[in-house]
Design a protein around this ligand. Structure first.
Ligand code: URA
Length: 428
């Protein structure tokens, strides 16, 4: 069968800043997924997008074409509203773990399709797989049943969702085109819309430990995704949140589960509670419960009950001991003072080097590895007081982790200025 368009015409249009007709853009995505448009042509197109941007309409069409490349799930028959959260990823970001059961405890369905981590940001599935017996792979029917009976599901995204994005993302990764905001927005939103959620809250992070280093670009990405959600019929709100320091006190896998359970028990570090509560409020507002008392559901055990049911439904044992590290190494304060700085990215890299993350997609993670912080920026410390502990299976990993942390933290005399974690809220 002959093809109706020519990829070179589409590339020329974007290169020369002309609008791309809708049918041509849809065809380009489809023909690339089928293998008719080559990697070289798609890479050239992606670079033209990086340099010249895309109109709101083009981004919508691109997203829609990526959704159409695979299956689209629907939870319309559930009889309750659905709402999901997506984070652009950070160090110590375990918010999905307390958030999904917390929101579900208000009678809302939270279908959270997640991934495994690559590089310094950990994956939610890796963290949950620290729990003995817990399984990430669910069939569509198991997912629907769990959403109906428990309300919250965190499971692996099947390969059938937006296969065009999978192919394009791998190509962007090796052609210097990951950073194009229209491509990031369409990539993230195609998967979230295909997943079938009715509403979506985005946690767009900025700062040294985030994908977007500065607030302006994070804002532009958030606006683009909020518009795209609205244009595609998914009510979407975004929070811009600070990712300069690690979130919470645990960076790794098993230790992040332990910290999440502390939050579900009504305790936990203040920043994790702050962000969990802020995101839960946004999610519940989008599904018509703006006055829900989310703090009460953490304090009185309702969110914990849903967590336990969610873990059991996926064959996990919420009471089983989590894996513990064989080796630990604690670093102490060289002098008395106040923690002036703790940079998120080096702590993420250190946890990764200790075995908590993977360098290649088929590597295994070591669930007990990571970093436990004992203090946070702004805390006073005495000389010799523990600042953080490295956790590993094998003590030979400590040197490279310590190298990553050189210059990454500082004991000074003046506490850093501390604003709230949520810098801005972006709505349609
Ligand atoms: N995450 C995604 O899913 N896609 C991108 O393009 C960037 C981050």
């Amino acid at each position: 069968m002959s093809e109706p368009f020519d990829a070179v015409d589409v590339i020329h249009a974007k290169r020369d800043k002309h609008p791309i007709p809708e049918d041509e853009l849809r065809w380009m995505v489809d023909a690339y997924t089928r293998g008719y448009v080559s990697d070289a042509q798609m890479a050239s197109f992606a670079m033209a997008v990086l340099l010249n941007g895309m109109s709101r309409d083009e981004i919508r069409v691109m997203t829609d074409a990526m959704i159409a490349s695979g299956e689209r799930m629907s939870f319309a028959g559930l009889g309750k509203p659905t709402v999901d959260k997506h984070s652009t990823g950070g160090v110590g970001d375990k918010i999905t773990l307390p958030l999904a059961p917390l929101v579900a405890s208000f009678g809302v369905a939270v279908p959270q399709l997640s991934g495994r981590g690559l590089g310094h940001t950990g994956g939610t599935l890796d963290k949950l797989e620290s729990i003995p017996g817990w399984r990430a792979a669910l069939t569509g029917d198991e997912m629907s049943a769990q959403l109906r009976d428990v309300g919250a599901v965190v499971c692996a995204a099947g390969s059938g969702l937006a296969p065009a994005d999978k192919k394009l993302y791998a190509l962007r990764d090796v052609t210097g085109t990951v950073e194009a905001i229209p491509l990031i927005a369409s990539s993230i939103m195609s998967k979230k819309i295909a997943e079938g959620t009715g509403a979506l809250v985005l946690d767009v992070k900025f700062g040294s430990g985030a994908f977007m280093k500065d607030l302006d670009r994070a804002r532009e990405l958030a606006r683009t995704m909020v518009e795209l959600g609205g244009d595609s019929g998914v009510a979407t709100t975004a929070l811009l949140t600070d990712m300069n320091a690690p979130l919470g006190l645990a960076i790794g896998n098993a230790n992040e589960v332990r910290e999440s359970v502390e939050v579900l028990a009504g305790g936990g570090p203040a920043d994790i509670v702050e962000l969990t509560v802020a995101l839960a409020r946004e999610m519940l507002s989008l599904v018509g419960q703006p006055d829900a008392d989310v703090e009460a559901a953490l304090a009185d055990g309702r969110a914990m009950d849903t967590w336990r049911a969610m873990i059991r439904a996926q064959d996990g044992d919420p009471d089983a001991a989590l894996p513990a590290p064989r080796e630990t190494h604690t670093v102490t304060a060289p002098r008395a003072g106040v923690v002036a700085r703790m940079e998120a990215l080096p702590f993420g890299v250190a946890a990764w080097r200790l075995g908590a993350g993977r360098a290649r997609a088929d590597d295994a993670v070591v669930h007990a590895s990571g970093v436990d912080l004992h203090v946070k920026p702004g805390d006073a410390v005495a000389a010799g007081q523990p600042v953080f502990t490295l956790l590993a299976e094998d003590a030979s990993r400590f040197d490279r982790a310590l190298a990553a942390l050189e210059g990454a933290w500082e004991i000074g005399q003046v506490a850093p200025e501390r604003g709230g974690l949520v810098a801005e809220r972006i709505t349609a």
